[in-house]
Design a protein around this ligand. Structure first.
Ligand SMILES: Nc1ncnc2c1ncn2[C@@H]1O[C@H](COP(=O)(O)OP(=O)(O)OP(=O)(O)O)[C@@H](O)[C@H]1O
Ligand SMILES: [Mg+2]
Length: 245
């Protein structure tokens, strides 16, 4: 269980969020939806220690921690691939820096490259492939961390509809087959409805919860499920309301 209490972050005197609370039970998939610039990436950066938090506590599996840094796998909104490394070397970076068994890791990375449609591009440099391919490589690298808790900041935003659908399926497997706990940011309401157990709708800056929706519906889900369509209409209304706050 991840428990965030009273978290605050200010930039240059401006409140990005304050008094921010969130709970994420182990094994659950929570999606954060909110307008651009409301503070979603800042929240992830504060949770992982990329930036300091100004107040609040973070408790993971019953223990208070300064940040989730090495406890989670974090895929940033920017892919942060190293330009002088090949895609494969970028993907293997988490393993190299931790001195794990390279042969096993390489096999796993190769399987992921193949599942994510990157087979044959292992030796390419990031500037030799498309934005969507870089994004998929960043996703492989994130999964190479092999953590129970995964934070994904718009992981599928640069992908075409078919690739996106395939990767949504992969994200579902991470939860259902590998029991990962996932916190994900997306702008895509349909994606949230397909994947999430809980959707967290936030207002514009400063970020505050305007609605939390628990989706107790079996997965995989169908876009045209009338129940989902109703929830989608509600979420869009909440987002409009949040923009107006
Ligand atoms: N390093 C920084 N220094 C100063 N202000 C920052 C910094 N990073 C973010 N901000 C500000 O914090 C606010 C929230 O930014 P953030 O990137 O968290 O938004 P977001 O919800 O992730 O937006 P998007 O959906 O467009 O990715 C913005 O007003 C932004 O200008
Ligand atoms: Mg962002």
């Amino acid at each position: 269980m991840l428990q965030i209490t009273d978290l605050a972050k200010y930039y240059n005197g401006q409140t990005v969020f304050s008094g921010f609370d969130m709970q994420l039970p182990a094994g659950r998939f929570k999606v954060l939806l909110g307008p651009s610039g409301c503070g979603k990436s800042t929240l992830f950066n504060a949770l992982t220690g990329v930036t300091s938090k100004d107040a609040g506590t973070i408790v993971w599996q019953g223990k208070e921690v300064a940040h989730l840094g090495r406890l989670c796998a974090y895929m940033h909104q920017k892919d942060l691939l190293l330009p002088w490394f090949s895609l494969m070397d970028n993907a293997l970076l988490p393993v190299k820096t931790r001195g794990r068994n390279m042969a096993t890791a390489r096999k796993r990375a190769e399987t992921l490259f193949s599942r994510l449609g990157l087979a044959g591009y292992e030796s390419h440099r990031p500037n030799q492939v498309s934005g969507g391919m870089r994004q998929r490589c960043a996703l492989v690298r994130t999964l190479m961390f092999d953590r129970d808790l995964i934070l994904l900041d718009e992981p599928l935003s640069a992908l075409d509809a078919i690739t996106r659908q395939r990767l949504q399926h992969l994200l579902l497997l991470l939860q259902t087959e590998f029991a990962k706990t996932i916190l994900m940011i997306t702008h895509d309401v349909d994606e949230a409805l397909l994947l999430a157990d809980d959707i967290f709708v936030s207002s514009s800056l400063p970020m505050a919860v305007i609605q939390q929706i628990h989706l107790d519906l079996p997965k995989p889900r169908a876009f045209d499920d009338p129940c989902l369509l109703q929830i989608k209409a509600d979420i869009l209304a909440y987002l409009v309301k949040g923009e107006a706050v």
